[in-house]
Design a protein. Structure first.
Length: 270
């Protein structure tokens, strides 16, 4: 019997900090398409699904998907847990890879590392990510979990932030789930010092510059290509440096006990 993986890119136009960020241009294409392109370079992602909301503001995302023969699923705007679960049901997933749409610099090799960890140990783990603790540059976020785990969380999670962010219920209940983490083999921790995700205008300017410098020479540029570029041209890193170490969960620190534990147990990069 075949084992089916789907990779879900969660995307919408209604970002409060940088509206329509997934539609911003990177080397002549919407950021969302560049994001899809990089994920498709990974080996074990299965069917890639762009999961957007049923809000009419996101009709444009569905249109882009149809024009580019990309699978699109539409679900609840704010309950991302429900959106992931119903997408998994529709496409008959045995496991789901969760990747946010604000990581257009994500390295396909990192995606494969996390998925391979899950596939090698899927009989003995429920969830694996590279976020607990995070060590790669911010913007290389990958989470993988079984459909059974997703269904369990979908039935059990009740808090708004657990539904909105899909997986916090897993992080917060390590006695219920078998959890593993993939750390950067370099033994470095750049998670709070290198910001490669997009929430602010400066993030977009940074990411756009990376694409302008690297994409036309090497479309599948890697984590190390970016680091080499930043070493050669440190002014690029300065574009969004003031936001390094900022995360969505800052508004939930009193609720997320695991975040404080990770910060205590793992040294931050200098």
């Amino acid at each position: 019997m075949s084992f089916k993986i789907i990779t879900v890119i969660q995307a919408r136009t209604g970002s409060s900090r940088l509206p329509k960020k997934v539609l911003l241009s990177l080397c002549g294409q919407p950021l969302l398409l560049r994001m899809y392109e990089r994920i498709a370079m990974a080996s074990n992602v299965g069917d890639i699904v762009i999961a957007t909301s049923t809000n009419s503001n996101d009709d444009q995302i569905e249109k882009i998907c149809k024009e580019n023969n990309i699978i699109c699923f539409r679900g609840d705007e704010n309950d991302l847990l429900d959106r992931h679960y119903k997408a998994a049901v529709k496409f008959g997933a045995d496991a789901v890879v969760k990747i946010p749409s604000d990581c257009p610099l994500i390295d396909p090799n990192i995606i494969d590392k996390v998925i391979s960890k899950y596939l090698c140990e899927k009989e003995s783990i429920d969830y694996v990510s590279n976020l607990h603790p995070a060590t790669f540059p911010d913007g290389n976020d990958v989470e993988v979990f079984s459909f059974k785990t997703l269904e369990q969380v979908w039935n059990a999670a009740t808090k708004d932030f657990e539904r909105e962010h899909t997986t916090p219920f897993i992080w917060e209940n390590p006695t219920l789930f078998r959890i593993k983490n993939v750390e950067w083999e370099s033994k470095l921790n750049y998670s709070t010092t290198h910001r490669w995700t997009i929430d602010y205008e400066e993030d977009y300017l940074f990411i756009r510059k990376i694409y302008e410098e690297l994409y036309h020479k090497k479309p599948n540029f890697s984590l190390y290509d970016i680091l080499n570029l930043l070493e050669e041209k440190p002014f690029i890193r300065d574009i969004n440096k003031k936001y390094a170490g900022r995360y969505w969960y800052e508004n939930h620190l009193t609720e997320l006990k695991t975040i404080d534990e990770f910060k205590k147990n793992y040294r931050m990069a200098e």
